[in-house]
Design a protein around this ligand. Sequence first.
Ligand SMILES: [Zn+2]
Length: 83
Amino acid sequence: MMRSRTHSNIGTFPTDPIEIECEECGRYGRYSKAVLIKRYGEDLVLPDLLKAISGDCENRLGPATLACGAIYPRLVPRRREGG
Ligand SMILES: [Zn+2]
């Protein structure tokens, strides 16, 4: 059986809870996989999950030119900032 899907989804996320952080508005959240799967379904891909969760981001309520900077901090190497 071949799996040709390249996008990770909620079910294959490496950590539980799933952490989400927005660099633009400074918000941070942890979401239990079980809760997310119940709400969105296990097959929802991570980019879409990010959109769904950050949908109420403060920046999204403003002008459309302001994009929300929500990321999965566990999947993105953090910049090291001294001080
Ligand atoms: Zn944001």
